[in-house]
Write a protein of this length. Structure first.
Lengths: 112, 118
Protein backbone atom coordinates (compact mmCIF):
# COMPACT_ATOMS: atom_id res chain seq x y z
CA UNK A 1 0.00 0.00 0.00
CA UNK A 2 0.90 3.65 0.07
CA UNK A 3 2.07 5.38 3.24
CA UNK A 4 1.61 9.11 3.13
CA UNK A 5 2.59 11.09 6.18
CA UNK A 6 2.11 14.77 6.94
CA UNK A 7 1.87 16.72 10.20
CA UNK A 8 -1.60 16.94 11.70
CA UNK A 9 -1.51 20.60 12.65
CA UNK A 10 0.61 23.71 12.14
CA UNK A 11 0.27 27.32 13.19
CA UNK A 12 1.86 30.48 11.86
CA UNK A 13 1.34 34.24 11.90
CA UNK A 14 0.17 36.54 9.16
CA UNK A 15 2.95 37.58 6.79
CA UNK A 16 5.17 34.65 7.74
CA UNK A 17 6.36 31.68 5.67
CA UNK A 18 5.31 28.12 6.46
CA UNK A 19 6.50 24.81 5.03
CA UNK A 20 4.22 21.76 5.13
CA UNK A 21 6.05 18.49 4.63
CA UNK A 22 4.79 15.26 3.13
CA UNK A 23 6.60 11.94 2.95
CA UNK A 24 5.38 8.98 0.98
CA UNK A 25 6.23 5.38 0.25
CA UNK A 26 4.93 3.92 -2.97
CA UNK A 27 6.39 1.40 -5.38
CA UNK A 28 5.31 3.06 -8.62
CA UNK A 29 5.29 6.80 -7.94
CA UNK A 30 3.62 8.70 -10.77
CA UNK A 31 3.06 12.20 -9.40
CA UNK A 32 2.16 14.17 -6.28
CA UNK A 33 -0.65 16.66 -5.79
CA UNK A 34 -1.34 19.28 -3.14
CA UNK A 35 -4.90 20.35 -2.39
CA UNK A 36 -6.31 23.04 -0.11
CA UNK A 37 -9.56 22.42 1.76
CA UNK A 38 -11.37 25.09 3.78
CA UNK A 39 -13.79 23.83 6.40
CA UNK A 40 -17.07 22.77 4.82
CA UNK A 41 -15.77 23.29 1.30
CA UNK A 42 -14.38 21.30 -1.61
CA UNK A 43 -10.68 20.46 -1.80
CA UNK A 44 -9.16 22.68 -4.49
CA UNK A 45 -6.12 21.84 -6.59
CA UNK A 46 -2.93 23.74 -5.75
CA UNK A 47 -0.03 22.02 -7.47
CA UNK A 48 1.32 18.94 -9.18
CA UNK A 49 4.90 17.62 -9.17
CA UNK A 50 6.26 14.60 -11.01
CA UNK A 51 9.89 15.66 -11.56
CA UNK A 52 12.38 16.65 -8.88
CA UNK A 53 12.54 20.33 -8.09
CA UNK A 54 10.52 23.34 -7.18
CA UNK A 55 7.33 24.52 -8.87
CA UNK A 56 6.37 28.10 -8.04
CA UNK A 57 2.89 29.56 -8.34
CA UNK A 58 2.57 32.97 -6.81
CA UNK A 59 2.71 32.76 -3.02
CA UNK A 60 2.65 28.95 -3.13
CA UNK A 61 5.52 26.68 -4.16
CA UNK A 62 5.79 22.90 -4.12
CA UNK A 63 8.97 20.86 -4.02
CA UNK A 64 9.58 17.20 -4.81
CA UNK A 65 12.45 14.81 -4.19
CA UNK A 66 11.62 11.41 -5.68
CA UNK A 67 14.72 9.72 -4.30
CA UNK A 68 13.75 10.76 -0.77
CA UNK A 69 10.01 10.23 -1.15
CA UNK A 70 9.52 13.78 0.07
CA UNK A 71 7.58 16.86 -0.88
CA UNK A 72 6.80 20.16 0.74
CA UNK A 73 4.34 22.96 0.15
CA UNK A 74 5.73 26.42 0.88
CA UNK A 75 3.32 29.25 1.62
CA UNK A 76 4.74 32.77 1.68
CA UNK A 77 3.28 36.05 2.93
CA UNK A 78 0.64 34.15 4.85
CA UNK A 79 -2.86 35.58 4.98
CA UNK A 80 -5.73 34.74 7.29
CA UNK A 81 -7.57 33.12 4.40
CA UNK A 82 -4.77 30.55 4.13
CA UNK A 83 -6.12 28.87 7.28
CA UNK A 84 -7.26 25.52 5.88
CA UNK A 85 -6.38 21.86 5.65
CA UNK A 86 -3.64 21.01 3.12
CA UNK A 87 -3.85 17.56 1.57
CA UNK A 88 -0.94 15.70 0.01
CA UNK A 89 -1.87 12.96 -2.50
CA UNK A 90 0.14 10.64 -4.72
CA UNK A 91 -0.63 8.56 -7.79
CA UNK A 92 0.82 5.11 -8.32
CA UNK A 93 1.44 3.33 -11.63
CA UNK A 94 0.79 0.00 -9.94
CA UNK A 95 -2.84 0.74 -9.10
CA UNK A 96 -5.79 1.98 -11.08
CA UNK A 97 -4.37 4.73 -13.22
CA UNK A 98 -5.34 8.14 -11.99
CA UNK A 99 -6.19 6.90 -8.50
CA UNK A 100 -5.15 9.34 -5.77
CA UNK A 101 -3.90 8.23 -2.36
CA UNK A 102 -4.35 10.98 0.21
CA UNK A 103 -2.60 11.80 3.46
CA UNK A 104 -4.67 12.80 6.50
CA UNK A 105 -4.15 16.49 5.82
CA UNK A 106 -2.37 19.25 7.73
CA UNK A 107 -4.62 21.77 9.46
CA UNK A 108 -2.93 25.17 9.18
CA UNK A 109 -4.07 28.01 11.42
CA UNK A 110 -2.87 31.52 10.60
CA UNK A 111 -2.97 34.00 13.49
CA UNK A 112 -3.11 37.78 13.11
CA UNK B 1 -17.77 27.60 -7.71
CA UNK B 2 -15.77 24.51 -8.62
CA UNK B 3 -17.91 23.27 -11.50
CA UNK B 4 -18.94 20.22 -9.49
CA UNK B 5 -22.28 20.49 -7.67
CA UNK B 6 -23.42 18.10 -4.99
CA UNK B 7 -26.88 17.83 -3.45
CA UNK B 8 -28.00 17.76 -0.77
CA UNK B 9 -25.32 19.56 1.26
CA UNK B 10 -26.55 17.94 4.48
CA UNK B 11 -28.51 14.73 5.05
CA UNK B 12 -29.72 13.11 8.23
CA UNK B 13 -31.23 9.67 7.88
CA UNK B 14 -32.17 6.66 9.94
CA UNK B 15 -30.55 3.29 9.43
CA UNK B 16 -33.59 1.90 7.62
CA UNK B 17 -34.04 4.80 5.21
CA UNK B 18 -33.17 4.90 1.53
CA UNK B 19 -31.74 8.08 0.10
CA UNK B 20 -29.57 9.18 -2.83
CA UNK B 21 -26.73 11.64 -3.18
CA UNK B 22 -26.39 13.50 -6.44
CA UNK B 23 -23.36 14.95 -8.19
CA UNK B 24 -23.31 16.97 -11.40
CA UNK B 25 -20.26 18.36 -13.16
CA UNK B 26 -20.25 21.17 -15.72
CA UNK B 27 -16.63 20.82 -16.79
CA UNK B 28 -16.95 18.47 -19.74
CA UNK B 29 -15.09 15.76 -17.85
CA UNK B 30 -15.42 12.05 -18.47
CA UNK B 31 -14.24 10.54 -15.19
CA UNK B 32 -16.15 10.85 -11.92
CA UNK B 33 -15.30 9.69 -8.42
CA UNK B 34 -16.92 9.17 -5.03
CA UNK B 35 -14.81 9.68 -1.91
CA UNK B 36 -15.57 9.32 1.80
CA UNK B 37 -13.97 11.80 4.21
CA UNK B 38 -14.12 10.93 7.92
CA UNK B 39 -12.66 12.96 10.74
CA UNK B 40 -8.94 12.32 11.31
CA UNK B 41 -8.76 9.93 8.35
CA UNK B 42 -7.45 10.32 4.81
CA UNK B 43 -9.86 10.74 1.96
CA UNK B 44 -10.94 7.25 0.91
CA UNK B 45 -11.73 6.48 -2.71
CA UNK B 46 -15.00 4.55 -3.08
CA UNK B 47 -15.86 4.33 -6.77
CA UNK B 48 -14.51 5.50 -10.11
CA UNK B 49 -16.40 5.86 -13.37
CA UNK B 50 -14.62 6.52 -16.66
CA UNK B 51 -16.81 7.29 -19.67
CA UNK B 52 -19.83 5.98 -17.68
CA UNK B 53 -18.19 2.63 -16.97
CA UNK B 54 -17.31 1.68 -13.41
CA UNK B 55 -13.58 1.05 -13.29
CA UNK B 56 -13.05 0.79 -9.56
CA UNK B 57 -14.96 -0.38 -6.54
CA UNK B 58 -12.70 -0.02 -3.55
CA UNK B 59 -14.25 -2.86 -1.53
CA UNK B 60 -17.23 -0.70 -0.65
CA UNK B 61 -20.14 -2.40 1.19
CA UNK B 62 -23.18 -3.12 -0.96
CA UNK B 63 -25.31 -0.71 1.08
CA UNK B 64 -23.65 1.94 -1.12
CA UNK B 65 -24.73 1.65 -4.74
CA UNK B 66 -23.35 4.05 -7.37
CA UNK B 67 -25.01 4.97 -10.64
CA UNK B 68 -23.55 6.94 -13.55
CA UNK B 69 -26.20 7.52 -16.26
CA UNK B 70 -23.92 9.84 -18.25
CA UNK B 71 -20.56 11.53 -17.95
CA UNK B 72 -22.05 14.59 -16.23
CA UNK B 73 -24.06 12.90 -13.48
CA UNK B 74 -23.18 10.55 -10.68
CA UNK B 75 -25.40 9.19 -7.93
CA UNK B 76 -24.76 7.32 -4.73
CA UNK B 77 -27.76 5.33 -3.54
CA UNK B 78 -27.82 4.60 0.17
CA UNK B 79 -29.81 2.05 2.14
CA UNK B 80 -29.57 0.37 5.54
CA UNK B 81 -26.57 2.47 6.49
CA UNK B 82 -24.69 2.14 9.77
CA UNK B 83 -23.67 4.88 12.22
CA UNK B 84 -20.03 4.50 11.10
CA UNK B 85 -21.10 5.61 7.63
CA UNK B 86 -21.59 9.15 8.96
CA UNK B 87 -19.04 11.23 7.06
CA UNK B 88 -18.57 13.82 4.34
CA UNK B 89 -19.10 12.28 0.90
CA UNK B 90 -17.22 14.06 -1.84
CA UNK B 91 -17.68 13.79 -5.56
CA UNK B 92 -14.88 14.66 -7.97
CA UNK B 93 -14.34 14.71 -11.71
CA UNK B 94 -11.38 14.83 -14.06
CA UNK B 95 -10.95 15.04 -17.81
CA UNK B 96 -10.61 11.27 -17.93
CA UNK B 97 -9.17 8.61 -15.71
CA UNK B 98 -5.46 9.13 -15.84
CA UNK B 99 -3.15 7.24 -18.14
CA UNK B 100 0.61 7.07 -17.98
CA UNK B 101 0.79 10.00 -20.32
CA UNK B 102 -1.55 12.32 -18.50
CA UNK B 103 -1.38 11.48 -14.83
CA UNK B 104 -1.16 15.18 -14.04
CA UNK B 105 -4.86 15.81 -14.48
CA UNK B 106 -6.19 17.28 -11.25
CA UNK B 107 -9.48 16.11 -9.87
CA UNK B 108 -12.07 18.80 -9.24
CA UNK B 109 -14.13 18.29 -6.12
CA UNK B 110 -17.63 19.29 -5.09
CA UNK B 111 -18.41 20.73 -1.65
CA UNK B 112 -19.65 17.37 -0.43
CA UNK B 113 -22.71 16.00 1.33
CA UNK B 114 -22.45 15.86 5.12
CA UNK B 115 -24.23 12.60 6.02
CA UNK B 116 -25.36 11.76 9.54
CA UNK B 117 -26.84 8.35 10.36
CA UNK B 118 -29.05 8.19 13.43
Amino acid sequence: GQNIDQPTEMTATEGAIVQINCTYQTSGFNGLFWYQQHAGEAPTFLSYNVLDGLEEKGRFSSFLSRSKGYSYLLLKELQMKDSASYLCAVTDRGSTLGRLYFGRGTQLTVWP
Amino acid sequence: ETGVTQTPRHLVMGMTNKKSLKCEQHLGHNAMYWYKQSAKKPLELMFVYNFKEQTENNSVPSRFSPECPNSSHLFLHLHTLQPEDSALYLCASSLRQGTLGDSNQPQHFGDGTRLSIL
